[in-house]
Design a protein around this ligand. Sequence first.
Ligand code: SAH
Length: 251
Amino acid sequence: MREWGCSGRSNEELINNLSTLRDMDGIGTILSSERVIAAMKKADRKHYVPDPSSAYEDRPQPIPYGDGATISAPHMHAHAVEHLAEKLQPGARVLDVGSGSGYLCAVLHHLVSPDGEKKGKVVGIDHMPRLVQWSVENLKKDGLKNDTVFVDTTKGDEVSPADGKLTMVCGDGRQGYPPGAPYDAIHVGAAAPTMPQALIDQLANDGRMFIPVGPEYGLQHIVQVDKNGRGEVTKRNLMGVAYVGLKDRPA
Ligand code: SAH
């Protein structure tokens, strides 16, 4: 994966650097919308990494309690959020599959539930129970104590997400999270060997999904899946990537 050399000494500096550096095609910058920049500045990456001394480096970092999971590099999160940005309006419903550290859920929350505006819903789902608990602790440290709800579907919990809340779910993300559906935007943070139909079904009309598809350690592409107002689905390959796999929970 490409290193962008836009690391910073603080969260603010990291995000400022991401917003001035050219994209791979040299046409735009990685981060361009003011709303996304503001949301990324509100989520401080140091709360979501095991080694805060390198929190503002533009690289992935291994995270605990996962099956080889990493928090993605900031430029990858920026790319993903920019591609979904028009669907992340105040009041929108969002699903983040493979939520890992919880970092991206915080950014999504700031976009769909900004202060003083209509409140949206963010559902994060990951299949490692201890990792989901850790992500909840991270979100609380990052100022989202009263907004975060933990749901463990492996213990039979099923909670309907509430407006303005971040619902962090332990469960199999390939099945989505029907109590929160339909979703205006779905982000998938691990590569699906084949396109999961359950996630397409849970996408709202006029919704968009950003999903890496392909074998773990093989040729993968980010696919942007759009559902139009009549429920018709179109798919577009955005770029080649290397994500860990979306798979069965290790025994
Ligand atoms: N986007 C997150 C983590 C990405 S790593 C971050 O930046 O912090 C990919 C995550 O997908 C891991 O946390 C892993 O536990 C999770 N994962 C893999 N298979 C899964 C499945 N079937 N259901 C839910 N989560 C899964």
